[in-house]
Design a protein. Structure first.
Length: 89
């Protein structure tokens, strides 16, 4: 089998379309959660809790580009948090 496609890239699980996994071997076709479900050993996967609006406000203040020399990382993080805040309202 040609292993050039299995370089350790993160791929989206084709079974659930929600979780990513490192496909570094030809036999790794689905994420661990889907693999365990198929085997019947599935542990419940915890759903993340939504971030409260007050906490989002604090996080936006902490990572705002004005406080981090307008860095690309702070811009990306602030955009992400603002989108979460808008979706939550």
């Amino acid at each position: 089998m040609n292993n050039k496609f299995f370089t350790g890239a993160k791929v989206l699980c084709p079974a659930c379309n929600t979780r990513k996994f490192v496909q570094d071997q030809p036999w790794k076709l689905v994420c661990v959660g889907c693999y365990m479900e198929r085997k019947g050993n599935a542990a419940p996967i915890a759903k993340p809790k939504p971030i409260e609006l007050e906490m989002l406000r604090r996080l936006i203040q902490l990572c705002h580009p004005d406080k981090h020399a307008n860095s690309e990382a702070s811009n990306m993080a602030t955009r992400f948090l603002l989108a979460l805040k808008e979706a939550a309202q």
